[in-house]
Design a protein around this ligand. Structure first.
Ligand SMILES: Cc1cc2nc3c(=O)[nH]c(=O)nc-3n(C[C@H](O)[C@H](O)[C@H](O)COP(=O)(O)O)c2cc1C
Length: 332
């Protein structure tokens, strides 16, 4: 395990895996905003890859590196095969989902319900580790249902790290598997950041990232300054990508990459043209760009022009430029 290349540097700031949101178009946009942050795919289930043969789910743009594939599953053999496929496709990391509470996922015995069976998770990551030289990581919760996080989480980290995982992302709240929707499970169970700090003190050699409820880069920097190894940001990045990601390279990574939301839109145009030339639709890309100017004059018109126009037949780069014209700096 120690001879695996670690992408720990990029993991200081990552964009969370989000189903239906962090697809390849979204990740391409995020990569233009930050060259350094680690990007995660949506969860891809091992059965979809191994039994369903849905290898197109593994496609990504080379520009996305460093990029991690998130897998869902609980069968060690199947996960090993899915991992092998992901590694062969060129992903920089393969992550196991132990945090997703949705019904569909529970019925397949994967996601957050695996917090109850750390031995099985250990078996899974061990099989995954053997299937690829790529680093295997885990994204987990602090517990589920009536589990006591201060008992469960250290035991989980102990067992899973003993099976060869050095890097974890902890969504700092429980998942309540009965009675809450997946969306409610991202808001209602209370956040317990102190527990994540306690885990860092108890496991100083593990790389631990905190996730859940981080809404600004400043908040992320405070976690890093307090000794955590990484911060993963989901919804705030998606809804407000420029605000979160534009400062990342200089503030978190000490690198010089600077761009603007406007320039990023212009940089998206060749990508959009390619996508349209391949028979894709404008909306598939621009739906991820709606939040680029959040909080700025013209943001509402930017959103409106794109949301109303991008699904129409023939919509293309002209519409994007028209929408951009409503953002104040450009109009001026
Ligand atoms: C639309 C949506 C889809 C999500 N899909 C996944 C997923 O596929 N895998 C996963 O581990 N977490 C998933 N999550 C949870 C996020 O990765 C993250 O843990 C959660 O949103 C908390 O972080 P945040 O407060 O920064 O958004 C999803 C969240 C959202 C909003």
């Amino acid at each position: 395990m120690t001879d695996k290349p670690l992408i720990t540097k990029a993991a200081r700031l990552s964009v969370a895996p989000m189903m239906d949101w962090t697809d390849r178009h979204c990740r391409y946009l995020h990569r233009l905003l930050s060259r350094e942050a680690l990007l995660y795919t949506e969860m891809v289930t091992a059965p979809a890859l191994v039994r369903g043969g849905a290898l197109h789910l593994l496609d990504f743009n080379v520009e996305e590196h460093p990029v991690a594939l998130q897998l869902g599953g609980s069968d060690p053999k199947e996960l090993a095969e899915a991992t092998r496929l992901g590694g062969a496709h060129g992903y920089d990391e393969i992550n196991l989902n132990v945090g997703c509470p949705s019904d569909r996922v529970q019925s397949g015995t994967f996601g957050a319900v695996l917090m109850k069976t750390p031995d099985l998770v250990a078996e899974c990551v061990s099989a995954m580790n053997e299937a690829t030289p790529v680093e295997i990581t885990v994204k987990c919760r602090i517990g589920v249902d009536d589990q006591e996080p201060r008992d469960v989480l250290p035991d989980f980290l102990e067992k899973v790290s003993a099976a060869g995982v050095r890097r974890f992302t902890i969504h700092a709240r429980k998942a309540w598997l009965q009675g809450l929707s997946p969306k409610e499970n991202r808001d209602i169970p209370p956040l317990d950041y102190p527990l994540v700090h306690e885990m860092k003190a108890a496991f100083p050699d593990l790389h631990l990232s905190v996730n859940g409820g981080v809404t600004s880069l400043q908040q992320a920097e405070e976690f890093l300054a307090a000794g955590l190894d990484g911060v993963m940001i989901g919804r705030s990045t998606y809804h407000n990508p420029a605000d979160i990601l534009l400062g990342v390279d200089t503030q978190v990574f000490g690198k010089g990459h600077r761009t603007t939301a406007e320039q990023t839109v212009l940089d998206m145009l060749p990508y959009i043209e390619n996508h349209l030339a391949e028979g894709g639709r404008l909306h598939q890309i621009t739906r991820h760009m709606l939040g680029l100017f959040t909080g700025r004059p013209g943001a509402r018109m930017w959103r409106r022009v794109l949301s109303e126009g991008a699904t129409r037949d023939g919509a293309g780069p002209d519409l994007v430029l028209q929408a951009l014209g409503h953002v104040s700096d450009i109009a001026a």
